[in-house]
Write a protein that binds this ligand. Structure first.
Ligand SMILES: *Cc1c(COP(=O)(O)O)cnc(C)c1O
Length: 376
């Protein structure tokens, strides 16, 4: 059986974790956290990276930092993970969804302006599959209407838009190091602070609402409760694992892209709809998908692949159609593509330990499935 995903594992992880244990420093903000944060700052060019317990928590921190309140509106695509919305709903915001573009599955930047009202505070572009949203347009809208941009770059570690790393373009950006992502420490994330103004309050929110970080730098002589906050620090054991993975990320990225290209070379000329990468984006091979004619055909293809030992899986069920979505969200304009395209999308196995031959086999099984069928 070839699973859909296997978490990344690199050699140095165990050495680093052992070292963290020997250092007698297991809670957050030790040497490994500092190194991993510096690695992110140096490689991706952000003012400050803070490791968090998850991308979900980094998004929650962003909502607290931007002082999101009851009645505020936040614009995002409905085709995303629940946390993108939940983080803002937890602060009392109303989520306003905008349709996606069928070519990238990202928010349709041309439909955002119609969704902006006097209550709008934030736009949250989600870089699906590690392929960038049209950030120039989004940043220009934010400027015009005085809005914040929080990039959900959970899937975008190592990806770029016009030479800039995803997560570093908006005011704030978030990464995920969950085991389903390109680099992992089990559960983990990062908040990227690209706007100087949020530096100090971000440290406070992440440290249970205390000025503990300032205390450790010797800037205050005792630490105390200064604002609301929570426990968003990643443990040193996780940071140790993460640093080992980040140090090998260029190699990993190259191989993921190789597998991604192999899928594309086999399946696109065959006539299947595959992911589109706009020319100004450099992606990270986070995921490869094909689009089937419809939901029925997708279910049949899943079963066909499964009978040959390959796991393929669909992705998000649009949030506006969910139970909570009905309570906390509205859809601006028409859902032309969100539901339709989400029902056609099927993700294929792609991970560092996957062999090139397996990709070949998967493609052959897909081609076999379409024998005698017409491709939409
Ligand atoms: C994975 C993911 C998240 C959540 O990440 P966690 O680290 O599991 O909290 C949020 N948004 C998107 C788009 C994701 O893919």
């Amino acid at each position: 059986m070839i699973p859909f995903n296997l978490p990344l594992h690199v050699k140095k992880e165990l050495d680093y974790i052992q070292l963290a244990i020997k250092n007698r420093k297991l809670s957050g903000d030790g040497e490994f956290t500092k190194h991993a944060q510096k690695w992110l700052e140096d490689n991706f060019k952000t003012r400050k990276a803070l490791l968090t317990t998850s991308c979900t928590h980094a998004l929650e921190m962003a909502a607290i930092l931007l002082d999101i309140k009851e009645g505020d509106e936040v614009i995002m695509p409905s085709y995303t993970f629940v946390s993108t919305a939940n983080a803002f709903v937890l602060r009392g915001a109303k989520i306003v969804f905008v349709d996606i573009r069928p070519d990238t599955m990202n928010i349709d930047e041309t439909k955002i302006e119609e969704a902006i009202t006097s209550k709008t505070r934030v736009i949250v572009p989600v870089h699906y599959a590690g392929i960038a949203c049209e950030m120039d347009t989004i940043m220009a809208l934010a400027k015009k209407y005085n809005l914040f941009v929080v990039e959900d770059a959970a899937q975008g570690v190592m990806s770029k838009y016009k030479g800039k790393s995803l997560g570093t373009i908006g005011h704030l950006g978030t990464y995920s190091f969950h085991e389903t992502k390109n680099y992992t420490c089990g559960e983990g994330g990062a908040l990227l602070i690209n706007d100087e103004r949020y530096l100090e309050s971000a440290e406070v929110i992440r440290e249970k609402g205390t000025n503990r970080s300032r205390f450790f730098r010797g800037q205050v002589d005792k630490y105390s409760w200064v604002d609301i906050g929570s426990s968003y620090l990643l443990s040193e054991l996780n940071a140790a694992m993460l640093l080992a993975q980040l140090e090998e990320s260029h190699e990993v990225n190259e191989y993921r892209l190789k597998l991604w290209e192999k899928y594309l070379q086999q399946l696109e000329p065959f006539g299947l709809e595959c992911p589109h990468v706009p020319s100004n984006c450099q992606h990270n091979g986070h995921l490869f998908y094909v689009k089937t004619k419809d939901l029925t055909e997708r279910t049949e293809l899943v079963d066909h692949l499964k009978s040959f030992g390959f796991r393929a899986v669909f992705h998000y069920i649009p949030l506006h159609t969910s139970e909570a979505g009905k309570k906390y969200t509205t859809f601006s304009g028409k859902d032309v593509y969100t539901t339709r395209e989400s029902e056609r999308l099927l993700r294929l196995p792609l991970y560092y330990s996957l062999k090139e031959e397996s990709v070949e086999q998967i493609c052959n099984v897909i081609k076999d499935f379409y024998k005698g069928r017409c491709i939409s």
